[in-house]
Design a protein around this ligand. Structure first.
Ligand code: GAP
Length: 493
């Protein structure tokens, strides 16, 4: 499956649209459509449930995007948050210096009377053997020497656009956790080790964004700052090193739990020379995206860098009183930092399956039920029978009190099933003549409907009044094979 296949499915089925598309689109900005927003909300809800709500050592915050400008001086973003970039002197396009050789390049080949070719990244021309030296896009202009370019979006607070009112859109959510460290510590009477989490938007003026929602200029992050006492030891190891490994394992387990396959996940240790200025050790969780192995999230040991910097620049003490040792310490921080959009892309890519069923191609998104944007689709077998349609609407309204449930009668049943498969709906409920009976013939209905499971396409006949309990089991992790045995099995019609 290629990225183009995913992009096209996302647009066609209402997951993700190009931003401002009717005006020609905004560079690397995307809008989540009706199904995309459900999927993204589910990812964020599960992150919050599993990493915040269910843990006694975690709390959350939701901070403002615009922060005091000194935050970015203290954090090092004003000085270090830069990428080297080069410009084309001819067409003026700008590239990240370290990305130029990863792009396909345009070549006017002297060996073929100047014919234009597009050559794959890093390869020489097959006719003249030349390698890229000019602009990869126009193929004509020389590139400038690399210059550092700060990735933060700048804006102005208040009505006057002057240096004194400069503000930045946050490039990461992390800093709000550091500057609120003492507020959270005091108000919630936290004891080390504890963590503060936040999910929210971040902005980076990326020089070469791209690959759909993989690298965009506006994106969402889920970050956790986990504060530990560096003097403590856990299982014979320094607490920060122990917790760093614990968080790496917990994050890997979380991705596996919601469907990412083992063979598409790997850990990558940062080399010493690529570590961020604040990091003692960083490990990325990489995912095998359709563009190849790339970073899904990073887990860094930020030491006491941030709290010390903010204490220095704000003049406020950011320490923790260690009751046992009767001393103040500056906690160390372990930071799991995840991109919500990147996680969504990985979940979509891993769920995508094309298969042949009875001679026909079937596309299925095999989402974990808790991630699926729509949990149940209620489908009438015959839309001309009022009783069937009425019953289907009643079932939908009842189930929709708890889950996202849709009704669809715009095609024949086989087609309706395929449509739901393609957006990853784990269960369909079909109402038919047997359910409602035939009053003209004096036949009573059996009050049962057919539940069809997406992956196995197996069906079971279930009483309407058992539906809520059955879906409660199925959608909170119960296996279809177990739940379905309680009911009469059927073959897909
Ligand atoms: N506070 C540390 C930090 O922000 P990062 O590695 O720069 O670390 C963390 O970002 C995660 O945020 C990345 O692993 C990625 O999932 C996501 N991310 C970063 N830049 C992004 C971008 N331009 N578009 C989409 N996601 C991005």
């Amino acid at each position: 499956m290629t990225m183009d296949t995913l992009v096209s499915l996302c647009k066609r089925r209402g997951f993700i649209f190009q931003s401002s598309e009717i005006y020609g689109g905004t560079g690397s900005c995307y809008d989540y459509g009706p199904l995309g927003v459900e999927l993204k909300q589910n990812i964020k809800r599960l992150l919050w449930r599993d990493f915040v709500q269910s843990r006694a050592d975690m709390v959350g915050i939701d901070a403002s995007i615009l922060m005091h400008p000194t935050v970015w001086k203290a954090s090092g973003h004003l000085d270090h948050f830069t990428d080297p970039m080069v410009d084309c002197r001819e067409c003026r396009l700008r590239f990240r210096a370290d990305h130029v050789d990863t792009l396909p390049w345009t070549h006017y080949c002297p060996a073929t009377k100047g014919n234009k070719f597009t050559i794959p990244p890093g390869e020489p021309c097959g006719h003249c053997g030349a390698r890229r030296t000019l602009c990869p896009d126009c193929g004509k202009g020389e590139l400038t020497a690399p210059r550092q370019f700060n990735l933060m979006f700048k804006t102005f607070m208040g009505p006057v656009e002057e240096d004194a009112s400069v503000a930045y859109l946050r490039p990461e959510t992390a800093q709000a956790m550091f500057v609120n460290f003492d507020n959270v510590l005091q108000s919630m009477r936290m004891k080390l080790p504890f963590g503060i989490a936040q999910v929210g938007r971040s902005f980076r003026n990326e020089i070469t964004p791209g690959n759909f929602i993989f690298r965009t200029r506006e994106f969402e992050q889920m970050e956790i700052e986990y504060f530990v006492n560096p003097r403590d030891a856990v299982e014979g190891r320094a607490a920060d090193e122990y917790w760093h490994d614990r968080w790496i394992a917990d994050c890997m387990a979380w991705f596996r739990r919601y469907g990412l396959s083992e063979e598409n996940l790997r850990l990558r240790e940062h080399e010493k020379d690529e570590l961020s200025h604040y990091s003692k050790r960083t490990v990325d969780i990489d995912y095998r995206f359709p563009i190849g192995w790339s970073e899904l999230m990073g887990i860094a040991n930020r030491t006491d860098f941030d709290l010390k910097q903010h204490a220095k620049f704000s003049g406020k003490s950011l320490t923790y009183f260690d009751e046992e040792r009767k001393e103040h310490v500056v906690p160390y921080v372990v930071e799991p930092a995840m991109g919500v959009d990147r996680a969504l892309l990985a979940f979509m890519a891993d769920a995508y399956v094309e298969e042949e069923v009875r001679g026909e191609r079937r596309v299925v998104l095999r989402f974990h039920p808790e991630l699926a944007p729509v949990k149940v689709a209620v489908l009438p077998l015959l839309k001309k029978r009022d009783e069937i349609v009425r019953t289907a609407h009643v079932i939908r309204a009842d189930l929709a009190k708890q889950w996202r449930v849709v009704y669809d009668d715009t095609a024949a049943i086989g087609r309706l099933y395929r449509r739901q498969d393609e957006v990853g709906t784990p269960y369909c409920v079909t109402v038919d003549v047997q359910t409602v009976g035939d009053s003209e013939k004096g036949e009573a209905g059996d009050g049962k409907v057919t539940i069809r499971e997406r992956d196995s396409m197996e069906q079971a006949r279930v009483p309407i009044d058992a539906l809520r309990a059955v879906f409660h089991d199925l959608l909170s992790g119960g296996a279809w094979s177990q739940v379905a045995t309680r009911f009469e099995r059927q073959i897909e019609k």
